[in-house]
Ligand binder design. Structure first.
Ligand SMILES: Cc1cc2nc3c(=O)[nH]c(=O)nc-3n(C[C@H](O)[C@H](O)[C@H](O)COP(=O)(O)OP(=O)(O)OC[C@H]3O[C@@H](n4cnc5c(N)ncnc54)[C@H](O)[C@@H]3O)c2cc1C
Length: 383
């Protein structure tokens, strides 16, 4: 799995990324062609059972392959494949039959829109609503910070179900297909992952098919949660990828860069720094593999995955920073590449759970107390 994925990266993905403008999203066609190649490795259907088009690989195997993929493409894959898994988990048999084949084969691009301008860490606060207007089912609202949104063919939107109750608070999901239900989307320029397809979507009385509403007993947020437990260690393996790249270059550089008449690698302080970086990477990788392996054997928990992500993204961010420092001024140059990896790793700190939220998820599991919400009335904006 590791070799196949690395081979695809070296043969196809890296040349595609390095041959394009580093500051602009790649064309949609590039993503489609990559998803189709990733489908051959079984990654686009990694979480589906084989009788529904899944590849039958374990989450650990998926993670090992995922780690090799350049992070900007890995995020697009995770958004696409994770959305497909959510649709499988909650969709009815007709919806699965209609949508899954094109998503698993990589023919159409998929994503999930949960976050909104005023709703991030607390998914229960969504305001986008689904309701009937002049006898037609429409969606109104705005989604932000959505991976793949600028190039997707369909988006799984989390919204309030107001079909029968205009004040309804039940959360449902609906598949919005761009061809039939056009909506506006735009890129958001960010610190890292600049060749990716990150952005916002606006639904303005956007008419949707009633048969695309996902009516699940588990509720909209429950499904998101189950996919987060896989997403968190996966996404973190992109931080491991970046830190490993930075470390490899730092070792090479430290052995050839001479100061005070000797390679800097011969100094004890530099060796300790390299040792610390290597430990951070190895520990991070193992925590992520452990979280994925626990999901495979049925012992995985939300806290375990949250722990892996919080540790990894902090440790790998620091590892990249330390590697950059070993290059002196050269580390700050675009030419040395590490500054780009340092910008990219910051993207991993927020998506699929910020550090604080991950601590609270882990802390809830350790103690049994939920510490997300303060007492009613503590919101200062109310006064
Ligand atoms: C690379 C990337 C990809 C993403 N992809 C998607 C996607 O495909 N689909 C999608 O729907 N969303 C996506 N997101 C959005 C992401 O899920 C949200 O940004 C994230 O959940 C945090 O929400 P927020 O940005 O609104 O921050 P907020 O929730 O507003 O948090 C702001 C700060 O407050 C802290 N905070 C919040 N609540 C508490 C609390 N109870 N206690 C202590 N501190 C707290 C947070 O930790 C953070 O530091 C993506 C984001 C990134 C960066």
């Amino acid at each position: 799995m590791r070799d196949s994925s690395r081979n695809l990266t070296e043969r196809l993905i890296n040349p595609m990324l390095s041959g394009s403008d580093k500051t602009l999203p790649l064309p949609k066609q590039s993503l489609i062609s990559l998803l189709q190649k990733l489908a051959e490795l079984g990654f686009t259907g990694a979480r589906l059972p084989t009788d529904s088009g899944g590849s039958g690989i374990s989450m650990l195997e998926y993670g090992i392959g995922f780690e090799q993929i350049p992070p900007v493409i890995a995020l697009a894959l995770m958004a696409h494949e994770g959305s497909t898994a959510r649709l499988y988990a909650d969709g009815n048999s007709e919806q699965r039959k209609r949508f899954l084949p094109d998503f698993v084969s990589g023919k159409r691009v998929f994503c999930t829109g949960s976050t909104e301008p005023d709703t991030g860490s607390d998914p229960r606060g969504v305001r986008t609503q689904l309701y009937f207007k002049d006898g037609k089912l429409v969606l109104d609202g705005r989604k932000m910070w959505i991976s793949n949104v600028t190039v997707c063919d369909a988006i799984l939107v989390t919204c309030l179900d107001r079909r029968n109750d205009k004040d309804g608070q039940r959360v449902v999901k609906v598949v919005v297909e761009r061809d039939h239900s056009p909506f506006h989307s735009a890129s958001i320029d960010t610190i890292g992952y600049r060749q990716g397809w990150f952005g916002e979507a606006v639904f303005d009385s956007c008419q949707v098919f009633p048969e695309n509403v996902i009516e699940s007993d588990r509720g909209g947020t429950a499904v998101l949660k189950s996919s987060w437990s896989v997403n968190r260690p996966l996404f973190s393996l992109s931080a491991v990828h970046l830190a490993q790249n930075a470390y490899n270059l730092a070792v090479e550089y430290a052995c050839i860069r001479k100061q005070f008449g000797q390679p800097i690698a011969s100094r004890q302080l530099v060796q300790k720094e390299l040792s610390d970086i290597a430990i951070a990477i190895a520990t991070s990788r193992l925590l992520c593999y452990q979280a994925l392996s626990a999901i495979d054997d049925g012992t995985g928990t939300e806290g375990n995955s949250a722990m892996a992500k919080r540790y990894t993204q902090n440790a790998c961010r620091e590892a990249i920073w330390k590697s950059m420092n070993l290059f002196g001024a050269m580390g700050l140059s675009v030419e040395a590449k590490i500054e780009g990896w340092f910008r990219d790793v910051n993207m991993i700190a927020v998506g699929d759970g910020t550090n604080e939220i991950l601590s609270l998820i882990h802390g809830r599991e350790i103690t049994g107390f939920e510490a997300f919400r303060g007492p009613v009335g503590s919101d200062r904006s109310l006064h």
